[in-house]
Every structure is written in C-alpha cells, then in structure tokens.
Design a protein around this ligand. Structure first.
Ligand code: DQA
Length: 158
C-alpha cells in the first residue's frame, strides 16, 4: 500500500508575475504552468497538492496555519519574505510539518541580501537555481521524505 500525502504549495510575493517578471532570472514559465506541473507530478506519486500564492505575509501565514490537520508537508517559495520574515518561519515551526524550501534562481549567485534565508534553518532542505525544476525536485524530495518517515506506520488514508 502506497501512502498518499497532501502537500501545501506556497508561493510568496511577486510570484504571480512569473513569466513576465525578469524572465532572464526567473524564466518564462508561468505560475499556473508550475502548479499544473506539480499537480501532475504529485498525481504520478499518488499524492495531491494544494497550491496558493499571495503577496501578503499574513495570508501566507494563515495558509500555513490552515495546513495543520489537512496537509502532511509544505513546499514553499517565500519569495522576498524568505529573507525577511520571522513570522513565516515561526509559523512553519509552529505547525510542525516538514518543510522544503525552493527558489527558481540560485540565491548564492545573486545579491548578498538574498544569501540569508530565515526558512533554511528550519527546512529539511533547500533547492535553489533550477527554475521551475526546483519545484519539481523539491516536491519529489518532500514526498520521498514523507514516505521514508511513515514507513512501518499505517500511513495516510487514500
Ligand atoms: C526567489 C528569490 C528571492 O530572492 C526573490 O525575492 C523572489 C524569488 C526565487 O524563486 O528565486 O521573489 O524566491
């Protein structure tokens, strides 16, 4: 029996502009295309994704709180809040779900202010620099982790 997991996918500020915004850095793939790809990847692994984008820190935080009970893991690209938000970090710790952090661009090739992430120290890991592929790799890593850690237990229904 393969466990089925529900993953909350969170996209932070400005990611609604993907495809239009600095395509030389972020690529030409739109957010809708990324969400469609993630749903397909999750489906092929007998899992589901719930995708949410907001430009508002509080709305992202509410979505994190809402994941309690409904989701088994969180895949997050917090955009610029990565570098600024203690509230998102505390919320992620607060709900106690495993987190994978992703970025389209390679943060460490860019400005120094992007080199620090408040989320990285509380995440399972970070994937940065592969464009839309970062999300796919992050989702696969998160589901792999959930499978490993639920092995031997009954797993989730579904
Ligand atoms: C980003 C990197 C952040 O520094 C930036 O603020 C973003 C996008 C990325 O996916 O590469 O909005 O998270």
């Amino acid at each position: 029996v393969t466990s089925s997991f529900n993953i909350l996918v969170l996209h932070g500020p400005n990611l609604n502009l993907l495809g239009l915004r600095e395509p030389e850095i972020y690529g030409s793939t739109t957010l809708a295309e990324i969400d469609t790809m993630l749903a397909r990847v999750a489906g092929s692994l007998e899992c589901q994704v719930s995708c949410f984008q907001s430009n508002h820190e509080g709305a992202l935080l509410d979505a994190i709180h809402g994941a309690r009970g409904d989701c088994q893991g969180i895949l997050i690209n917090a955009g610029a809040y990565t570098h600024t938000s203690l509230a998102l970090r505390d919320g992620l710790v607060g709900v106690g779900l495993p987190v994978v952090e992703v970025h389209l661009s390679n943060l460490y090739k860019r400005e120094v202010f992007r080199h620090h992430s408040h989320i990285a120290p509380i995440a399972l890991g970070q994937i940065s620099g592969f464009g839309a592929e970062s999300y796919r790799l992050g989702l696969q890593a998160l589901i792999h982790h959930l499978r490993e850690t639920s092995a031997g237990s009954a797993g989730m229904a579904g």
